[in-house]
Design a protein around this ligand. Structure first.
Ligand code: ADP
Ligand code: MG
Length: 729
């Protein structure tokens, strides 16, 4: 009898490190080789057109069609010079990931002749037949069509023979059907609001921009073993599997050398990423076996997000060459760490000042404290929304489990910054500001000018941590589009900064001295948002109770967390910042609920198949072997002797019976619960039914299957085990 697991193991052991195709030479020789950079544009497009284009892009203005037409011709020429035959509008649907539809660079003329064509129009805008992308009802209510339109702030690039044009994806009526559109809107409104606040400190600041540096975690699994696990193939995670005797307890993987076969993969991956203009710099092992991380140098939020999505697809492609599969799922294996995508976020002025870093003089430090405290206020007021922005069926397995992130959003500041805020809180205005004759300002209560941050002061259990010159939003899931989290954060901070500025202006106009007003408001803020600050262990039971007392959002059920998108304060905030209107918010939550229910539906079906088609047959086969053995033993040995000889067999036979019956009944109940869930009248109730009624049954079934894995003859077991999936490379 053949066993697919043994065939897979044999194939996996035969896989050797693949040859790496990185050319000799320096990174600068191939960095951004596949990108139509501003530098390269100069070769293909006239300077006056470029001046106009760059000016529009840099100031967030719409590109004129005539300009787009000329640029399109340059883009096509460059792409074809580099072997491109097709082009695609590359967009970010609400399902996650990216979508593309490829068209060839030619069309037929009137008399059937072949024309190489790529007009400004097709660069600028397309109408992909995208009716199957989720819109959460937007396109039913308004108008069936969806358009993709060029985002000129992100450069076009080549993947193989295809020119990729980053685009937004919107409905006919302008409602966003993607993540990119509101991300761009949120960045614009945030940067505007931040610049206004900067104006209180430094009139020379013309622009502020938001930066994102992501850290992408992932698992690698041998492709043969992957192919023998239907759950990995169809859901991206293992739905069952007993923990390996050795897993991450020694933490030896984290510090260990990167295995040769993985290193070969990483080097090819980095080469491809660098050629695509993604400035990847860091690679290392992560805590769990076969878990790794890559991180680039931070960039503008919108571009960084495009680059993250691009890297996720490059990874999958490169992995195939190395006989690996990349698991981007947040929790591919129970019992070991899951994967996240830390989003490092900061604000920077055109004068090169990082607004979230302590400055060189007292004035800059006051500015720093102002921005820091405004971020705290925004996170405090919208902690429920921020959680909603990262929640999903897949990330739910990390939330609330004993690993980052806890299902409660709080902010870690570190000892020094906490002390600064505490001192400011308790100082009187007179103590706080000493303005000398030269109008130079000093912070009397603390030596903020001397702030030298201690970077070792880290708290790994915090979902949102200040790390010296930026905030690190750690709750984002590894498979997510970071845009969802970033646009919520951007918008919340923008709203907060606008309110702050209004209050300052009002009081200064009424005749109060500016410095005094600033301190006064900051002090009030420090008091108002205290509940969001937490320096302790975010995983502890005490924190859950404490957080509830503080009024923080402690909901753990993903479908209910999604409700936060429709909270009154959320709708008001998104509307006042112009980032999302009410219809868009409704559509987003609909899509989230729908996706949640569908993912669970698939998982539940796959689990049913696995236990019925793999687990029970193996268990029954082994049980039959044991039963036969009992019979044979009886024939050979005396009754006294068989009593003890058969004891072990009987025990295992009974255990198999117990778990098999439980699995069988569990699957029946789960199928029934699923059917009930499917009959719910709306997406929200459906998602809730899956969460409340299907998920717990899946966990039960899994427990029994995992128990069987421990007792059934290894030779009969057809699914690669955890120790094989996680340790073979
Ligand atoms: P770690 O957080 O693990 O110590 P790093 O210091 O290497 O890792 O930084 C992680 C990420 O944070 C990288 O993508 C890096 O570019 C990014 N980063 C560093 N400084 C900033 C900043 N000021 N704004 C945004 N991202 C930043
Ligand atoms: Mg980090």
């Amino acid at each position: 009898m053949s066993n697919i697991r043994f065939d897979a193991l044999k194939a996996a052991f035969e896989h050797r490190p693949a040859a790496v195709e990185v050319p000799e030479g320096k990174v600068k020789d191939y960095f951004a080789q596949n990108v139509f950079t501003r530098e390269k544009m100069k070769e293909y497009i006239s300077q006056d057109v470029l001046d106009q284009l760059f000016d529009d892009v840099d100031n967030g203005r719409t590109i004129h069609r005539d300009i787009a037409g000329v640029v399109a011709i340059g883009i096509r020429k460059w792409a074809m010079d580099h072997g491109a035959t097709h082009f695609t509008h590359w967009f970010q649907p609400l399902t996650g990931g990216t979508a593309e539809k490829h068209d060839a660079f030619f069309t037929l003329g009137k008399s059937g002749e072949l024309l190489e064509e790529f007009s400004g129009d097709s660069l600028y805008q397309q109408e992909p037949d995208a009716s199957s992308f989720p819109s959460g009802g937007i396109r039913n209510t308004f108008e069936a069509r969806g358009y993709s339109a060029w985002d000129p702030s992100s450069p076009v690039f080549l993947i193989g023979d295809t020119l990729c044009i980053p685009t937004v994806f919107v409905a006919y009526t302008g409602e966003a059907l993607d993540y990119k559109t509101p991300l761009i809107r949120s960045t614009a409104v945030l940067c505007h609001a931040a610049r206004e606040v900067c104006g209180l400190f430094d009139k020379t600041v013309k622009h502020v921009h938001a930066n994102l540096g992501w850290e992408q975690e992932y698992f690698l699994v041998d492709e043969s073993l992957y192919a023998a696990r239907p759950d990995l193939m169809l859901t991206g995670r293992t739905l069952m599997g007993h923990g390996s005797a050795k897993s991450q307890q020694l933490e030896d993987h984290y510090f260990g050398a990167i295995p040769q076969r993985v290193l070969a993969f990483m080097r090819d991956l980095e080469y491809e990423a660098l050629r695509a203009g993604i400035p990847v710099r860091t690679r290392h092992n992560e805590v769990a076996p076969n878990q790794f991380e890559m991180a680039p140098i931070y960039e503008d939020v919108n571009l960084a997000n495009d680059h993250n999505l691009l890297v996720m697809s490059i990874m999958e492609r490169v992995a195939e060459k190395h006989h690996f599969r990349v698991l981007l799922h947040e929790k591919p294996f129970a019992g070991v760490n899951g994967s996240g995508k830390h989003c490092n976020w900061s604000l920077e002025t055109n004068t090169g000042v990082n607004l979230l870093a302590p400055g060189k003089n007292p004035y800059q430090n006051l500015q720093f404290v102002t921005f820091l405290v405004n971020v705290l206020m925004a996170v405090h007021r919208h902690n429920g929304l921020l959680k909603a922005s990262i929640v999903s069926a897949t990330n739910e397995h990390r939330l609330g489990a004993n690993e980052a992130p806890p299902a409660i959003i709080s902010v870690f500041l570190g000892k020094q910054i906490s002390e600064v805020l505490d001192k400011l809180e308790h100082a009187s205005a007179e103590e706080a500001i000493i303005i000398n004759a030269k109008k130079e300002m000093k912070l009397g209560v603390s030596n903020i000018p001397e702030i030298l941050l201690d970077n070792t002061d880290r708290n790994r259990t915090s979902p949102f941590a200040f790390t010296g010159n930026r905030f690190e939003f750690r709750a984002v899931g590894s498979s997510a589009n970071c845009g969802a989290a970033m646009l919520a954060l951007n918008a919340a901070v923008a709203e907060q900064l606008m309110m702050f500025k209004q209050e300052v202006d009002r009081r200064v106009e009424a005749g109060e001295p500016k410095e005094r007003v600033l301190f006064d408001i900051i002090r009030n803020y420090i008091v108002a948002c205290k509940a969001i600050r937490f320096e302790g262990n975010g995983y502890s039971e005490e924190w859950k109770q404490e957080a509830a007392k503080r009024g923080l959002d402690c909901e753990t059920s993903a479908p209910l967390v999604i409700d936060r998108y429709l909270a009154e304060g959320t709708i008001r905030m998104f509307q006042s910042t112009g980032v999302l209107n009410e219809a868009e918010l409704h559509s987003r939550s609909e899509v989230k609920w729908e996706t949640y229910a569908k993912k669970l539906q698939i998982e539940s079906r796959v689990l049913g198949d696995l236990v019925i088609n793999h687990v029970l047959p193996a268990a029954k086969r082994y049980q039959t072997m044991l039963l036969n053995n009992v019979q044979t033993v009886k024939q050979v040995f005396s009754a006294e002797e068989t009593a003890s000889l058969n004891e072990m067999d009987y025990s295992i036979i009974r255990q198999i019976e117990h778990h098999s019956v439980a699995i069988f009944k569990g699957v029946e109940a789960m199928t029934e619960a699923r059917h009930k869930a499917n009959r719910q009248p709306d997406e929200r109730s459906k998602a809730i039914a899956y969460h409340d009624n299907v998920l717990p049954l899946m966990a039960d079934i899994r427990d029994h299957a995992d128990s069987l894995e421990l007792i059934v003859d290894d030779e009969l077991w057809t699914l690669p085990k955890y120790r094989e999936l996680m340790f073979i490379r």
